[in-house]
Design a protein around this ligand. Structure first.
Ligand SMILES: [Fe+2]
Length: 163
């Protein structure tokens, strides 16, 4: 069973709202290595999943990654899960594999999360993942939870509520 991510049933409805905001505003980007993160106003996200997940104190975060950048295997330091929508792919690949690498740093049986346009994904950030961006700047909406609930708890809630 895939415990790396869950594709939600709904389609993302707030792409235009975010892009219009970015056209007229410069979000407060904070940079860590070659990755920028910025919170954006919650009102921009019109989708039901966002309202339904408010019990986990969800907030919208944009993450941008520079062109031709590889973000090495890692788990997120400060969050158990996220709800991701890829806004601009940049010809990027997101892969998971939670097995330890061999002594050469190699991994087998990696699994790719192939983002569909307007697809919404609950992402298990406590499983090892890596991102390779081969193209232009990549932009992802990565909604984050302020509560400390586990990926499994949030996943169960999503399934029970048909999000
Ligand atoms: Fe990550």
């Amino acid at each position: 069973m895939n415990d790396y991510y869950l594709k939600l049933n709904s389609q993302f409805l707030s792409y235009e709202s975010i892009m219009s905001y970015l056209k007229h505003n410069e979000p407060p980007w904070r940079y860590n290595y070659h990755i920028g993160q910025a919170r954006i106003p919650s009102e921009l996200i019109k989708d039901d999943f966002f309202k339904n997940l408010s019990r986990f104190q969800i907030y919208p975060l944009l993450i941008k990654m520079q062109p031709t950048f590889f973000h090495k295997w890692h788990t997120d330091a400060t969050r158990n899960a996220a709800v991701n929508v890829q806004l601009i792919s940049g010809h990027s690949h997101t892969v998971f594999n939670d097995d330890p690498a061999d002594k050469f740093g190699h991994k087998e049986n990696i699994k790719e999360l192939i983002y569909e346009p307007n697809g919404i994904y609950l992402f298990n950030t406590q499983k090892q993942h890596a991102i390779m961006n081969l193209g232009c700047e990549r932009l992802v909406l990565s909604c984050t939870f302020e509560t400390d609930d586990s990926y499994e708890t949030i996943k169960r809630f999503c399934l029970e509520n048909n999000l």
